[in-house]
Design a protein around this ligand. Structure first.
Ligand SMILES: [Zn+2]
Length: 504
């Protein structure tokens, strides 16, 4: 997520460098037909719909699907009515009880019902393993509780089917979180379906998330989503479209996600430009016919994707989409395989390049490597903010990288050594909005830089790769990068961790 950034680089220099680096990369394509054909051809003997999940994965990571067969599987089929502000759908979730405890109930999170989202998500016709069950709403309708006719044994597979209707608020603006919104061109539906709550050892995490930061912590899952929309709109989402069937007025599009933590949909009549980078298609759906801004964003994202593929590890999906919203309450927010920029940030602010790089960086830190974004937001925000330094180093030179650090340091200096200079390992709800950003983003990035300084360039480069390789699709805390750094340098950086992260 991204709330605000200070001015870092000369805008003219940015434009000149990026145009030079990424001159001709506009090409209209939204899927990878050759891979689709190749994979379709090889699966005629099996009926498991999970096989199609391979269609969303980068060619180097297709086998990850077979290695994660029993992650939760969401099959959703429905209709989006942009003018009516609704998504009406039928959902089946199949999951294995890996919680370590027998479950006598299930909980789903209904993010549109959060007060700060301002929407509505209502469930009906629930069945658990083909037996009807009732829904009880809790926590101001953020939580739906389903009492089970029969308890679910440890390691048993369960199938929950339900119908839902999500309604987007008819106004947005600064008084709401702003991501669930229709800005007259794009209808955004982030986490707008019932999402299984997290449970471990018999305890459910049902806390209402603090909307100062990102909202969704969830294990990697697979999504198979079929959506009917008017022909006058495009569907942009997590994952890759496999089939499209058109009538005179509507189109029905099936999308598979691959291994992703969440599923985000946008329905837009904005045009787009695309580029293919290392086998991944990046598409930018842009507002106001601003094709120059769109090409800038596409250039920044293309450069960042290739750089992070090289320095951290391969982006594991064959698509990355970028959309805008005119809600006016955030600058940029990351979702799995898709990022959303505020229309006001789009090509209008000097930190636009940093914003694009930051949200692209989140695909590695937050999405592929997950963390509890409410209890330890710094884990992804520190690394993601640091991707801006990696990018500045590589694209604009080491001095530009040091300028980024200097700016983080100046911002953090506002609270350094004061009574709100919290340790990194602090939950979001302990911060006010400004302090949260200064700690989780800037102090977090300064900690990563302190690690880099102590272990040296070669070990730091290895630590990034090891961290990614060892923790793809997992949910980690700060000790995972500590371990990667220590194995890379064969040294002890626990004192740094104790100081910055634990405040000791
Ligand atoms: Zn962020």
């Amino acid at each position: 997520m991204h709330r605000s950034l200070s001015i870092r680089l000369l805008w003219i220099a940015i434009i000149a460098l990026i145009l030079g680096a990424c001159g001709s990369n506009t090409k209209a394509t939204t899927t990878n037909p050759s891979l689709v054909a190749q994979l379709k051809g090889s699966e005629t003997t099996t009926a498991d719909p999970r096989d199609d999940q391979r269609l969303a994965m980068h060619e180097s990571t297709v086998s990850d699907i077979d290695a994660h067969r029993d992650v939760p599987f969401y099959q959703i089929s429905g209709t989006i009515n942009p003018k009516g502000l609704t998504w009406q759908a039928h959902q089946t979730v199949t999951f294995v009880n890996h919680s370590g405890a027998v479950l006598d109930r299930l909980y789903f999170r209904l993010y549109p019902n959060l007060a700060d989202m301002g929407g509505d998500l209502t469930i009906s016709a629930v069945q658990v393993n083909d037996t009807a069950a009732t829904v009880q709403y809790e926590a101001d309708r953020y939580i739906a509780r389903i009492d089970l006719p029969t308890p679910i044994a440890i390691d048993a597979t369960t199938m929950v089917t339900l119908d839902f209707v999500t309604t987007v608020p008819n106004k947005g603006g600064d008084d709401l979180f702003g991501t669930l919104y229709f800005d007259k061109h794009s209808l955004s539906l982030p986490t707008a379906y019932p999402l299984l709550a997290n449970t471990q050892a018999g305890a459910w995490d049902l806390a209402i998330p603090d909307s100062n930061g990102d909202l969704v912590t969830s294990p990697v899952a697979m999504y198979d989503v079929t959506t009917t929309i008017p022909n006058t709109y495009s569907l942009v989402s997590t994952g890759t479209a496999t089939t499209t069937n058109k009538t005179d007025a509507t189109q029905t599009i099936r999308v598979v996600s691959g291994l992703q933590r969440d599923f985000m949909l946008s329905v837009t009549n904005n045009p787009h430009v695309s580029a293919v980078v290392d086998g991944t298609t990046i598409s930018m759906y842009y507002p106001n016919d601003d094709i120059d801004g769109a090409n800038l964003a596409l250039g920044y994202a293309s450069t960042a994707l290739h750089l992070f593929n090289t320095t951290i590890g391969q982006y594991p999906y064959n698509e990355l989409d970028m959309v805008t919203s005119n809600a006016g309450s955030f600058e940029g927010i990351e979702y799995p395989g898709i990022v959303m920029y505020a229309q006001s940030s789009f090509d209008s602010q000097s930190d636009f390049e940093d914003l694009v790089v930051h949200e692209v960086g989140h695909q590695w830190f937050y999405n592929v490597i997950g963390n509890d974004v409410q209890q330890r937001a710094w884990v992804d925000e520190s690394m993601t903010t640091y991707t801006q330094v990696l990018y500045a180093d590589a694209v604009h030179g080491a001095e530009a990288g040091r300028n980024e650090i200097q700016n983080f340091s100046s911002d953090y200096d506002q609270i350094r050594d004061t009574n709100v200079d919290f340790k990194l390992d602090t939950p979001i709800d302990a911060f006010d909005e400004d302090t949260y950003g200064l700690i989780a983003y800037y102090k977090g990035a300064l900690y990563i830089d302190a690690v880099r300084t102590q272990i040296g360039e070669q070990a730091f480069a290895q630590a990034l790769k090891t961290y990614y390789t060892n923790n793809r699709y997992a949910i980690v805390d700060g000790t995972a990068f500590l371990a990667a750094a220590q194995s890379a340098c064969n040294c002890n950086i626990q004192p740094l961790y104790n100081q910055w992260v634990l405040g000791e």
